[in-house]
Every structure is written in C-alpha cells, then in structure tokens.
Design a binder for this molecule. Structure first.
Ligand code: SF4
Length: 369
C-alpha cells in the first residue's frame, strides 16, 4: 500500500510566521494546477493501491470544490484498488461552508486538519490569519453536519510573552470542541518572515525555552487527562483516530509526493520537487522533470533516521539499535527523559522536549548538559 501527498501551494496571504514555499493568489489557477499534477503523475509511472492521501499546503481548501473532486477522481481512476482509506484535507476555518464541506465529503475526503492555531482574536490578527476565533467552532460543526467527523485541530504554542496569550484557555476551548485529534506546533522564528523582521527590530521577542517547555508540558498533561494519547511528540489522538498518513512518515515507509516542494521517498532515496509554483508549473508544461534534487541515504543515515523518527513516537525504538550508549542511556533514565520497557526505549514528555540533544547523545555525536 502506498501513501500519496499532494501539495497545494496557494494561500490568500502570508501568515506572519510562515516560511513555506507558497504562492499568494487572489484567484487560484486550478486548471493549471490540475494539469501539472496529472503530468507529474504520468511521469511517475504506475502507482499501486493507496492507503492514504494527504492534501497539504499552502491552503488546499482554496481549491474550488469541483477542482478538488476532479483531482481525487483522477487519482482513483489511475490507482489500482483498494482505494485510500484515509483522505485528509488541510483546511482553513474561513473556507468551511455547508456547500464546500458537503462537496469535500462527496469527493472522498474523510478527515480534515483544521488550522485553528488560537481562539484569541488579537493573536490570530498578529499571526495574519484570515479567520477569527468564532469561525473555528462553526467550521467543526459544519464539517460534522456534512459527514466529516474525523477533525484534527492545529494549535500553535510558545508565542511571545508580550502577546498575553492564555494557552490554558485555548486548550480548554479546543477540547470543548471534542476534536478527534490535535496537532501542536511550537512557534519558531524563521528567517525572511514578517516575524523575523519584527524580532530583528525589537518589536517582538522570540519565545524563551522556559515558556516553550511550560506550555508543551501543560498541553501534554491536559490532553492526556482528556483521553488523548500522544502517539508522537506533537500529535495526540482519541482511540482509533491517529493520522495514518503521518504515521507512515514516522515509521520510515515509502511515500509519493506530487506538487511544488513535495518530497518522495522509496525507502532509500529521497527526492524533492522545485519549490516555487511558477518554476514547477513551467517545468511540467515544457515536458521537463519538476524534481529539483535527490539524495540516497547511506545505511548509517537510515539508521540515524530510524532512531530519530522512532523516538519521536510513543512506540519508541528497540534498545538494540542504540549502539555504545549504555551509560548515556542510564543518565537519561535518571533524569526522567526516557523509559525502558523490555527491549523498548521511549521518550517521556520531558525527553520529547529535548529530542534533538537526546538523539545526538544516543548516537554519540552530541553531549547533553
Ligand atoms: S495558511 Fe498556512 S501555508 Fe498559508 S501562509 Fe498561513 S501558515 Fe503558511
């Protein structure tokens, strides 16, 4: 079974913290986008049965409903059965209308990842988001009425202190909507974003590590107490509602990515497309490959990746792949950063906060302090 990622790069404007390769458009060039995806699909060769399809972005919910339906129909018609069991659409709350939600459901979408981010209107304005807090609950309700009850909420934490964002209140409001799944993203200041410019001229501050840790641990405690299992460092789900698509990434399975900036992986080689929409579109229109570059992972790199991805998840990793690190492992146990159960090593929430340093120490490349 295969996993398909379709990248839809269009947004109506750029959020203050976002450094993704997006194309800001008032009018979505849906015909050009569909033609480009079809051309890329044809050059990719036969694609076997799909277990998951994930439409990410950008803002895939900006695609007109008929274009989205045509895209998914094309995928079904050109894939051997059985057809995907999980079809996720990333959606911004302001795009959810009864007609759109019904059309998405009819087109085969059975899971929505909703970009809520915060329930505080002043914070949403600071982020340059296009929705207000009231739209989030309305969107969840509309999706459910249309038949899509597998809804995940995205929330951003660790915002600058001076915003006065009440993270605890936002968690309460998110939980009150009883989503099937939640994804948490710690704010980072990426170069060449409006946020980076604000920080460089002193108009705002980057988040400190202490606040990041406090808010992450609070979310972990609150969500776990409400019946959500953290199955990955940033993702928590009710029983049976884990993202199958993202779980495939974390378990090192192969996937195919189509669209600008999309990545593909066959288990050994990773390749990625031209990131800018215009360059990607021009290449395919001229009959050229949209692939920008590729890398083949050595056995050592694959082992390191397996370790890193495994420790991101609640499943952890077999202790047998942690070479020469018994002493380091013991010190992490003492600090409460990992648990060892039988032959499995897994991170605690405290360990997940230090994931990069922890993996570095376990592989002998970095010392923890
Ligand atoms: S909607 Fe998403 S992809 Fe688009 S600018 Fe905002 S954060 Fe970036």
């Amino acid at each position: 079974m295969h996993h398909l990622y379709l990248h839809v790069p269009f947004c109506v404007r750029r959020c203050s913290y976002c450094d993704f390769s997006i194309a800001v458009r008032k009018r979505i060039p849906a015909d050009d986008y569909l033609a480009a995806i079809r051309a890329e699909w044809e050059s990719a060769g036969p694609i076997g049965p799909l277990e998951t399809i994930h439409l990410g972005g950008g803002t895939p919910s900006l695609l007109p409903s008929d274009a989205l339906a045509a895209l998914l129909r094309y995928v079904v018609d050109h894939t051997s059965p059985p057809y995907a069991v999980e079809v996720t659409l990333e959606v911004n709350p302001e795009d959810v209308t009864p007609d759109a939600a019904t059309a998405w459901c009819r087109a085969g979408v059975n899971r929505v990842s909703l970009g809520a981010q915060s329930f505080d209107d002043s914070v949403l304005r600071w982020m340059h988001r296009s929705h207000d807090a009231g739209r989030i609950g309305a969107a969840v309700e509309t999706l459910r009425r249309a038949g899509i009850d597998n809804v995940s909420l995205d929330l951003i934490f660790a915002l600058p202190r001076e915003l006065g964002r009440d993270w605890s209140r936002d968690l309460d409001l998110a939980l009150a909507l009883e989503p099937a799944h939640l994804s948490l993203y710690g704010l980072t200041v990426e170069p060449r974003t409006p946020l980076a410019r604000w920080v460089s001229r002193g108009a705002t501050t980057a988040t400190d590590d202490e606040r990041y840790a406090e808010e992450y641990l609070l979310a972990h405690e609150r969500l776990s107490g409400a019946g959500y299992a953290f199955y990955e460092v940033s993702n928590a789900a009710r029983a049976g509602r884990r993202s199958r698509h993202n779980s495939a990434y974390w378990s090192g399975r192969a996937y195919l990515g189509l669209g600008p900036a999309a990545h593909s992986y066959d288990g050994r080689t990773r390749r990625w497309n031209l990131a800018a929409w215009e360059a990607y579109h021009r290449a395919l229109a001229a009959g050229r490959s949209p692939v920008e570059s590729e890398e083949t992972l050595s056995d050592e790199q694959r082992e390191l990746e397996r370790l890193y991805l495994g420790l991101r998840t609640a499943a952890g990793v077999p202790s047998t792949i942690l070479h020469q690190s018994t002493e380091v492992l013991r010190s992490m146990l003492v600090r409460g950063w990992v648990l060892v159960e039988g032959n499995t090593v897994r991170c605690t929430p405290e360990g997940w906060l230090r994931l990069d340093a922890l993996v570095g120490a376990l592989t002998g490349s970095v010392a923890t302090s």
